[in-house]
Design a protein around this ligand. Structure first.
Ligand code: ADP
Ligand code: MG
Length: 563
């Protein structure tokens, strides 16, 4: 007798459930998506013990008639597509007909639903994948699904559940992500009877994001809006003063569907490359509208990844859109937010118990650096900082970071126009380089040259430098070249040559810039500050650290009790 057998339906169901239902948050996600597909205007979620004991999702959508409510528990039963043809342009969240049967196969599930018509409602119960029956029940128009004892029959999975607080945090994140893309729907989330989320329907996704991030942070975003062909990207992106230590709050949506996409995250990172230091990540909510036929959503069981027909173009559009938005608006670091933005140590994901239920007004335009801000240097502090007076406050300028930004912009501008000013060294400098760096140099000689370095290999382990960009004339050349070679070693071809140019320019500017602990005369201070204000991004140095810190007049007057 052969040894291969077709699996019993129930076993197959549990295996499939493994793909769709990874943890309580995946149940919540699938149920909310069903509610949205049913046209719900409000979705109320309740959980107990992080969803492991109980998850309840109630909506006021279309509801189902009795036969449909029973059929919904059958594998591959869906009302959303009929043929493979329909897969090419999917407008609903669901289409695989897998969620309800998968959830039911690893829990005790109860679905109560009504179309609001005369016939009354229906309740269907299923236990570990077996439908126990359907009975009449009363329910307003809409559907309530209750899922109890998740994974009770899949001990291996149950064992892998994290603490209720962690699972609840994942659920809050899922609710937030879906809600962000559906501002016209009201959402609530209760955990163990406590309100975590209460977001009434609002008029725009900007207002919804304001509800999600809370009133304090809502002012630290810029709006994004750019189209390329039939693709459009809109949304919100945090200014450099508001950043996180993880990339978890980079929210991407394609046609209202939350997705993960490494390439697009890379585009986000590129847009912030000189605005945030290494290891800091912005908060973004980016909504992409892509023609359905240009994006394949059927590439992942949980539908959280998609494939773009023109992935490169979408990547570039996202980067350009962010750079445009961030370039328009350059808010000051203030004494309150500078430490958070830059030196904050711990991840700041809010515990769902603390203040997730915030309401906020529409994000206001952040304090923007007006075209013609005037900064008048008053004095130097500790030979490292320039204190300057601005019309509405006191500004502290990090002299090194400021000069670095000035030189960086100058070098790149010269590079772009092909007019890098070079200086021939009277005595060429030889730099000893280990084999790895030597290899790196070979791969990047062009970028070196384009930024004004005259550099050639000499023997196996030596480089001779006989020309440098004019602006670095006084820096120790061998240290600079060695550091640049280190940068090149870290650089990956996939990042693109532009990124390498930025890195080399940033390192060069850093070495050439005046250092901290150097006394400056009034003329030098004036020069640095006025040059800085003429750069495109005076707020951060090329490595993403802050340059200017403001104590506003209002803060000062408040502290002195004049207000
Ligand atoms: P899919 O969403 O992929 O179609 P599901 O297993 O999630 O598959 O749901 C099966 C079907 O049950 C859906 O196609 C829909 O017709 C129906 N359904 C599920 N949840 C709801 C709901 N909250 N309101 C109305 N109909 C629903
Ligand atoms: Mg579904």
């Amino acid at each position: 007798m052969g040894r291969i057998r077709v699996l019993e339906e129930r076993v197959a169901g549990q295996i499939a459930a493994g793909e769709v239902v990874e943890r309580p948050a995946s149940v919540v996600k699938e149920l909310i998506e069903n509610s949205l597909d049913a046209g719900a205007a409000r979705v109320d979620v309740e959980i107990e013990a992080g969803g492991a004991d109980r998850i309840r999702v109630a909506d006021d959508g279309s509801g189902m008639a009795r036969e449909d409510a029973i059929l919904a528990f059958e594998r591959h039963a869906t009302s959303k597509i009929q043929s493979a043809e329909d897969l090419r342009s999917i407008a609903s969240f669901g289409f695989r007909g897998e969620a309800l049967p998968s959830i039911a196969s690893v829990s005790r599930t109860k679905l109560t639903t009504s179309t609001g018509g005369a016939g009354g409602g229906t309740r269907v119960r299923a236990h570990a994948g077996v439908v126990l029956g359907a009975e009449p029940a009363s329910h307003p128009r809409g559907t309530t699904v209750e899922v109890e004892a998740l994974f009770h029959n899949a001990p291996a999975r149950r064992k892998f559940l994290r603490s209720p607080a962690t699972e609840a945090a994942h659920i809050a994140e899922v609710v937030g992500r879906i809600a962000a893309a559906h501002h016209e729907v009201s959402f609530t989330l209760k955990s163990g009877g406590r309100d975590l989320v209460s977001w009434p329907a609002v008029g725009s996704s900007l207002e919804r994001v304001g509800q999600i991030v809370g009133p304090d942070d809502a002012t630290a975003f810029v709006t994004i809006d750019r189209s390329g062909g039939l693709t459009r990207v809109g949304g919100l992106a945090s200014v450099p003063a508001l950043s996180r230590s993880t990339a978890r709050e980079q929210n991407l949506f394609v046609n209202h569907r939350p997705i993960r996409d490494r390439r697009l995250l890379h585009a986000v990172q590129e847009a912030y490359v000189t605005l945030l230091p290494k290891g800091r990540y912005p908060i973004v909510y980016l909504f992409l509208d892509v023609p359905p036929e240009e994006v394949d959503v059927n590439v992942h069981p949980a539908k959280s990844e998609v494939r773009f027909l023109r992935a490169g173009a979408v990547h570039d559009l996202v980067r350009e859109a962010l750079m445009e938005g961030l370039g328009r608006s350059q808010p000051f670091y203030t004494l309150r937010d500078a430490p958070r933005g830059v030196a904050e140590a711990a991840p700041t994901r809010p515990d769902p118990g603390d203040g997730a239920a915030q309401r906020a007004p529409v994000p206001a335009e952040p304090g923007v650096l007006f075209d013609s801000v005037s900064l008048a240097p008053l004095a130097q502090f500790r030979d490292s900082y320039i204190l300057a007076s601005a019309p509405d406050g006191l500004v502290i300028v990090d002299q090194h970071a400021a000069h670095e930004r000035v030189l960086f912009d100058r070098l790149l501008a010269q590079n772009r126009s092909g007019t890098v000013e070079r200086q021939r060294l009277l005595f060429p400098v030889t730099v000893e380089v280990p084999p790895a760096e030597r290899q790196a140099f070979e791969g990047a000689a062009e970028a070196f040259e384009a930024l004004g370095f005259g550099c050639a290999p000499f023997g196996e382990t030596t480089l001779i430098v006989d020309e440098v960009p004019a602006l670095v004339s006084s820096a120790p050349i061998d240290r600079l070249v060695r550091e640049i070679l280190g940068e090149i070693l870290e650089w990956r071809k996939a990042e693109g040559i532009d990124r390498l140019l930025l890195r080399i320019a940033a390192t060069t500017a850093c070495h050439a810039a005046i250092t901290a602990r150097r006394p400056l005369g009034p003329g030098q201070m004036d020069q640095i500050v006025s040059d800085l204000l003429r750069t495109e991004r005076p707020m951060t140095c090329p490595h993403g650290r802050p340059v200017l810190l403001r104590l506003s007049l209002e803060q000062i007057e408040k502290e002195f009790r004049r207000r």
